[in-house]
Design a binder for this molecule. Structure first.
Ligand SMILES: [Zn+2]
Length: 137
């Protein structure tokens, strides 16, 4: 299977909602996580078993699943400022944002569990998500 086929078959296999959650979980933390969660590994395993495919190694994950699950635009990399969560003013709710443009990533909210922060961080974003973010904010 090509990467594109893997994406579309995997989406059909797990269903649209779970697929979205799977992809967004890969890209929700910055810097990006170095491994998948157990439930993600489990989904992939069920999928590869069903289609008799080779196990998908983590090193291939970003290469295969690099499309926005909402808009199907290829994801790009950027370096954005890290800001305090209290400074983020959005005109629409967090839930709506997650639904409409989950991968805008114009800024990165500060992770409160850490003591010191760099000023910027590398993120992954979808161009369409950013356009919508502009339109709604
Ligand atoms: Zn998008």
């Amino acid at each position: 299977m090509t990467n594109e086929e893997i994406r579309s078959e995997f989406e059909k296999f797990v269903g649209n909602e779970k697929y979205k959650h799977f992809i967004l979980t890969i890209y929700e933390a910055f810097p990006l996580r170095k491994r998948l969660f157990f439930w993600q590994e489990q989904l992939l395993k069920d999928f590869t078993n069903e289609f008799d495919l080779e196990i998908i190694e983590f090193s291939k994950i970003h290469e295969i699943f690099n499309y926005c699950p909402v808009h199907n635009y290829q994801l790009k990399r950027d370096n954005v400022p890290i800001v305090d969560g209290n400074e983020i003013n959005s005109k629409i709710s967090y839930e709506r944002e997650k639904e409409l443009f989950p991968l805008a990533n114009i800024i990165a909210p500060r992770d409160l569990e850490r003591f010191s922060y760099p000023k910027t961080v590398d993120v992954v974003y979808c161009k369409k998500c950013r356009e919508l973010n502009k339109k709604y904010n």
